[in-house]
Design a protein around this ligand. Structure first.
Ligand SMILES: [Zn+2]
Length: 250
């Protein structure tokens, strides 16, 4: 029952996320006005605005102008729904933790989609949720004060160092703030697991381009997207990975 509840809300939040990104890019207010077709500006009826269902029903085309709707919309909605449902399944019965992770997953997905589309990390999507998460994390003891502090210092410091060394050429300030958010989410030592997977993923993606001599493609890696994926892996399976690794070396 919880899983279905989270799945349906994931669809709704995914739809909201799409609208939020589009409105941000086109400079429109988020809370005002009805949803409309980005191509012909026709206001959508409720039948055209049901997450996922409408896309299938309309066969991916706008009813008014017949222009194709980007596959991004149903994909983000479905991904958000699956992530929310996964969170409910993973924390079976611990509804507060399921809500916490759904909250985190929403913002990580936002960063992922936005960075993939525009190679940019939108700071408000990392600093605000980081501060919002800090309070219940401290009150409810999700991480110890020490774990959080070290997590933030490592997460933000790791990128700050690269930023200073490269004078802002390798990475932007957005990565530093995302590193801080990751520190709040994961604490120590899970922050290391996230960084590890982000680098492995990013490198695997870049290598073929470098070998083919397509350097300009390699520099267009949305690294923030890899960081969010690494964070999600570490969130749910970080502890298992750490204890497996410790068992391996000891
Ligand atoms: Zn249209």
């Amino acid at each position: 029952m919880d899983i279905l509840f989270f799945f349906v809300h994931g669809l709704l939040f995914g739809s909201f996320l799409n609208a939020w990104i589009w409105r941000t890019r086109s400079g429109k207010p988020i809370w005002k006005g009805r949803s409309m077709c980005p191509k012909c500006s026709n206001t959508l009826t409720w039948k055209e605005n049901i997450p996922l269902v409408s896309f299938v029903w309309l066969r991916g085309r706008c009813l008014t102008c017949q222009d194709t709707i980007s596959i991004q919309y149903p994909l983000v909605e479905l991904a958000m729904a699956c992530l929310f449902a996964f969170s409910a399944w993973f924390h079976a019965g611990y509804i507060l933790l399921a809500f916490r992770d759904a909250f985190i997953l929403f913002f990580l997905t936002f960063v992922f989609v936005y960075d993939t589309l525009y190679q940019e990390i939108w700071d408000r999507m990392t600093t605000y949720p980081a501060f919002a998460l800090l309070i219940p994390t401290a009150l409810l003891g999700w991480h110890s004060g020490m774990s959080i502090t070290v997590g933030i210092v490592v997460g933000a410091g790791f990128f700050l160092l690269q930023y200073l060394v490269s004078k802002g050429k390798w990475i932007g300030g957005g990565d530093i703030r995302l590193g801080m958010f990751m520190g709040v989410i994961l604490g120590w030592p899970l922050i290391l697991v996230a960084l590890f997977f982000a680098y492995v993923g990013g490198t695997l993606f870049v290598l073929p381009f470098l070998m083919l001599g397509k350097k300009h493609m390699a520099t267009r890696v949305p690294f923030g997207a890899y960081l969010t994926v690494g964070t999600v892996i570490a969130m749910f399976y970080g502890m298992q990975i750490v204890s497996w690794y410790v068992g391996l070396i000891s």
